[in-house]
Every structure is written in structure tokens, then in C-alpha cells.
Ligand binder design. Structure first.
Ligand SMILES: Cc1ncc(COP(=O)(O)O)c(C=O)c1O
Length: 425
């Protein structure tokens, strides 16, 4: 029997606790698990039997969350980890090696641009950034050392919608996995695997948890990529010395990436999600569709009002009839354009600072995807490590403010924006 999204967001991955009957998923606050006997321990360590050894690798509360997110995304498996940024490293780790590169969209979260342009160099990896609206440029950027293509569904901060089908076709022709950061869209608005994504990454810190209490991340594997089709992915296709020559793809099939991420990624990188955080995220996901509907409805009203305000030069919300992305939105995110967009103020950098400081309901914070409405001046905060050229390419120019619309009364949000815009002029 298949179930609808609203049913799955409450039930997937969860069942009454076998020991106590507890209906809600318990927080298994334990580091280790008692082995039945020495043979059981050996089978677990050899990956011959699936079970719990040590919470750096697996934990029942975290497992329930992994199953829930994999189900909502339509994936074969998922691995949770300590943050969205950890998820990006976990996604790349089995694919990459010194001298190899990825091709990523210029329109991405500023922290991602820094992670990919600076930090991954320390592993000997590199990234070529391309405008993902220029499909020829994406294709041309791929070379024999490329191992993945990376983009966001609804890009932070500008709310730009990526043509996932077109990018997936390019990745496919090159025999490469497409990794999609689905943080701003969530599986309620878009299921990237249905548009050809191989892996989906999340910052669960945002809409999945939904209330600003957790830092967490997740990598979902579609289970559809043939890691053995070329010699490009030896970590997944070739014998693994740390497990007596076991071949992950041959042994685990559609779950190869997930097993590798747990048995090698979490084991050795240790970017583990704690069970308490998993519990908060499970609670949040139970109301994901309800929150996203209200986020989208509020964002549409607020963006339309802002677009007509005399202090405003431009609003990037893809849900506005004036957006160039209407057709793409209907295809990629049929349930709406999310609640994240930018506003360009006529009053420039100084006006943006005054605007952000005058807001009362909106909080000035480095976060998004909260029930509360949030605002940030990206150029002076999240995107300040970038050059002005990179800021503009990422949709975070100095006269631009990023807005994350919450689930409050839209009339109150509009009144707050109105008084702050007047103060900014
Ligand atoms: C789209 C997107 N991806 C990834 C991240 C990184 O997530 P985290 O802060 O959980 O590491 C963020 C954080 O803002 C984000 O907005």
C-alpha cells in the first residue's frame, strides 16, 4: 500500500518501540549496544548483519529519521550527519580524491561557495563554478577529472529555481552523479530524484526541523546510479581494503552509497548527528507540509506587496508572475516557490542596514527556514567572504537583503516591513 506525503511525514521510519510500546520515537541516548555474543559482534563488524554497534555509526533514533527523509525524498537510503555542511562533505567523500573536481552552480549558499572554492582544496579537490542557466557552459566545465555536478533546487539567497531535468541530462551524458541541495524546497515542494538527481543533500537546520532548534544534515541516495559503469568511483565499486576487499556496490546494490557513508564516512569522519537532534527533526517533519503551505502562501502575499513598494527596486521570488522562472517553477516545484527570496533596495548598502535594524517582528539572524520570519543582509554577513563579483553572481549584491518568510499573520509581516522600509529611505 502506498501512502500520501502527509501520512508518510508522520509515520515513515517510526513504529511503536518494540521494548516499551512507546508510540513516539524514543531518544535512544546511548553510545553503545550490547552484543548477543561474539559471533553477533563479528557479523556486525564484517557488515554481514545490519544492527547497532556504536552511535558514531548508527543509532535507532537517527535511523528512524534517516528512513523518514529517504521515504519523503523517494530515495533508497539516507544518512544523517551533524550539519548541512557536513552532509555536503559526506556526499562528496566517496566520489572524490586528490586531483578530482566538481562542477557547481554559482547560485548557491555563500557558505557552500566558500566550502567548495577554498576548504575542499585542502583535500586536493577543486570546484569549477558555472552559471547553471548556461547549459553549454555546464557541459564544457566537465572534464575527465569531474566526479559530480552540484546545485540547489531553490537557490539561497535569490530563490532562483534550477532546471534540474536539464542539468541531470548533462550529468547523465557525462556518466556523473548529480547532487542537489534541496534545503530551501524540501521534499514537499520538490523531489529532485524524480528530476534525475542521484544524491539529495539537506541542511535539516532549516525547514525540515523548521523551528530553529537543530543543526543537522542529511544525504539521501536515489539508489539509481551505476557506480560500476566506469572506473571513476573505486570507493564504491572496487574492493575496500578496510573491509577485507568487500565491494560496496556489488554487495549492497541500491544501498551501496548509504552503507559506505555509514561504514566508512561516519566511522572515519565522525560527523555524527546526535539522537536528541534527530528527535527534534522528527518532530518538525511531522508538520512539514502544513508549514510549507503557510510559508508559500505568506511569501506570495509579502513578495507581491514588496514588489509594488516605492523603496524597492526588485524582488526575486519565483512565485511572482513577473519572475522569469514561472514555467520552470511549475515543472520543478509544483507546490510553490518556497519562502526565501531577496529584495533589492533603491537606498543601497546603507538603506539595507537601516531596514534590517528597523524591523521588529523579523529577526536579524544568519538562518532561514524558521517558523519565525528572518532577515539578513547577506553581503555583510553570510556572503562577506566572497568577492563582489561572486556576491552578485550568488544574488547577494551589497544593496540586496535576504528574507525568509515565516508562518505568522501576513498582515503583521507587511506592516513591519512597511515601517522598516520607510525608515530605510
Ligand atoms: C541551502 C543551504 N545549504 C547548506 C547550508 C549549510 O547548512 P548548515 O548550516 O546546517 O551546515 C545552508 C545554511 O544556511 C543552506 O542555506
Amino acid at each position: 500500500m502506498t501512502h500520501g506525503f502527509d501520512t508518510l511525514q508522520v509515520h515513515a521510519g517510526a513504529r511503536p518501540d518494540p521494548a516499551t510500546g512507546a508510540r513516539q520515537v524514543p531518544i535512544y541516548q546511548t553510545t553503545a549496544y550490547v552484543f548477543r555474543d561474539a559471533d553477533h559482534a563479528a557479523a556486525l563488524f564484517n557488515l554481514q548483519e545490519v544492527g547497532y554497534i556504536y552511535s558514531r555509526l548508527t543509532n535507532p533514533t537517527v535511523s528512524a529519521l534517516q528512513e523518514r527523509i529517504a521515504t519523503l525524498e523517494g530515495g533508497a537510503g539516507a544518512v544523517c550527519c551533524a550539519s548541512g555542511h557536513a552532509a555536503q562533505i559526506m556526499a562528496l567523500f566517496p566520489l572524490m580524491g586528490p586531483g578530482l573536481n566538481i562542477v557547481a552552480s554559482t547560485r548557491a549558499y555563500g557558505g557552500t561557495i566558500t566550502q567548495f572554492s577554498q576548504t575542499i582544496k585542502r583535500f586536493g579537490w577543486s570546484c569549477t563554478f558555472v552559471d547553471f542557466d548556461d547549459l553549454d557552459a555546464v557541459e564544457a566545465a566537465i572534464d575527465e577529472n569531474t566526479r559530480a555536478v552540484f546545485c540547489e533546487t531553490i537557490a539561497n539567497p535569490g530563490g532562483y529555481v534550477t532546471d534540474l531535468d536539464a542539468i541531470a541530462a548533462i550529468a547523465d551524458r557525462a556518466g556523473l552523479p548529480l547532487i542537489v541541495d534541496n534545503t530551501s524546497a524540501t521534499p514537499y515542494l520538490c523531489r529532485p530524484i524524480e528530476h534525475g538527481a542521484t544524491l539529495v543533500v539537506h541542511s535539516m537546520t532549516k525547514y525540515l526541523t523548521g523551528n530553529g532548534t537543530v543543526t543537522g544534515g542529511c544525504v539521501v541516495d536515489s539508489g539509481k546510479f551505476d557506480w560500476s559503469a566506469s572506473d571513476k568511483f573505486p570507493s564504491l565499486a572496487a574492493p575496500e581494503p578496510a573491509y577485507h576487499g568487500l565491494k560496496f556496490h556489488e554487495t549492497f546494490g541500491a544501498l551501496a552509497f548509504t552503507f559506505h557513508s555509514i561504514a566508512i564516512g561516519l566511522r572515519d569522519l565522525g560527523m555524527t548527528l546526535n539522537p536528541q537532534a534527530a528527535h527534534y527533526t522528527l518532530m518538525g517533519i511531522e508538520t512539514l507540509s502544513l508549514r510549507m503551505q503557510k510559508h508559500v502562501e505568506n511569501a506570495g502575499r509579502v513578495a507581491a506587496w514588496l514588489e509594488n513598494h516605492p523603496a524597492v527596486e526588485q524582488v526575486t521570488y519565483a512565485g511572482l508572475p513577473s519572475s522569469p522562472y514561472n514555467d520552470r517553477l511549475a515543472r520543478i516545484c509544483p507546490n510553490g516557490a518556497g519562502a526565501l527570496f531577496t529584495v533589492t533596495l533603491k537606498s543601497g548598502y546603507e538603506g539595507c542596514v537601516k531596514f534590517v535594524e528597523a524591523l521588529e517582528i523579523f529577526s536579524h539572524v544568519a538562518n532561514l527556514g524558521d517558523t519565525r520570519s528572518l532577515v539578513i543582509h547577506s553581503a555583510s554577513t553570510t556572503h562577506r567572504q566572497l568577492s563582489e563579483e561572486q556576491q552578485v553572481a550568488a544574488g547577494a549584491a551589497p544593496n540586496v537583503v535576504r528574507i525568509s518568510i515565516g508562518i505568522e499573520d501576513p498582515e503583521d509581516l507587511i506592516a513591519d516591513l512597511d515601517q522598516a522600509l520607510r525608515a530605510s529611505m
